[in-house]
Design a protein around this ligand. Structure first.
Ligand SMILES: *[C@@H]1O[C@H](CO)[C@@H](O)[C@H](O)[C@H]1NC(C)=O
Length: 221
């Protein structure tokens, strides 16, 4: 009887532990030191195949991709420059990326989500208003000055806004997936290809057909 109870306690402990560990995991752990992306591959798998480790060089683990500002001349006034398996092939399978976010005066990275990653962002330059909304529709916002950071939990809708009307802002974000994905709420709903039917958008946003057309046109849909 006693052993039976102990067995159950152990089972419960292992079960709890496995839940906890699963919570902590992002991309699957690498099975080797590194797997430098072989970008010439023509087949698909979860991640990219690796080059022969003997061919690895320091340059596979280095990039200057984030050194230059992105072009923020677009309707929202922002640009995201990521590290990825093309410009930094050594990050393949490591479960992370770093991105540079440039935002023009009063520009915005509009409400969007990353289905596969949490994100921690640091303001490098300028004055940012950042925030996210949780699944109970509670909003959390914060003003960030250079050196200050904020975290956006995985999958939740979030934004970054440059509060200064003239000076550009820069943020650097780390995300815990090599392929976080990004979905901008306004673009996904009003500028998808092909379009979501008008009657769906009218009902969902409680607007009329004319308003659907106006928003669609403005967002390039
Ligand atoms: C930035 O993008 C805009 C719009 O696409 C384009 O007209 C402009 O030439 C670009 N500027 C630079 C410096 O590439």
């Amino acid at each position: 009887m006693k052993t039976q109870i102990h067995f159950h306690t152990l089972q419960l402990l292992l079960f709890t532990l496995s839940l906890f560990l699963n919570q902590c995991l992002s991309d699957p752990d690498p099975l080797q030191d590194y797997c430098i992306a072989d970008n010439k591959n023509t087949f698909f798998l979860n991640g990219l195949p690796c080059i022969d480790p003997k061919q690895a060089t320091s340059s596979h683990f280095a990039t200057s991709s984030l050194s230059k500002p992105g072009n923020t001349t677009n309707m929202f006034g922002f640009s995201v420059t990521p590290t990825n398996t093309i410009n930094l092939p050594g990050l393949n399978t490591l479960g992370l990326v770093l991105v540079r976010v440039d935002i023009a005066g009063n520009g915005i990275v509009p409400p969007h989500s990353h289905p596969r990653a949490s994100e921690v962002t640091t303001c490098i330059k300028g004055l940012l208003l950042v925030g996210f909304v949780d699944t109970s529709n509670r909003a959390f916002t914060q003003n960030l000055s250079p050196g200050e950071s904020f975290v956006f939990p995985k999958g939740l809708v979030h934004f970054l806004y440059n509060r200064d009307s003239k000076q550009p802002a820069i943020a650097i974000s780390g995300l815990n997936s090599q392929n976080p994905g990004a979905q901008i709420a306004s673009i996904a709903t009003f500028a998808s290809k092909p379009s979501i039917p008008d009657e769906v958008l009218k009902k969902a946003f409680q607007i009329n057909g004319q308003e659907v057309d106006i928003i669609r046109k403005k967002l390039g849909g």
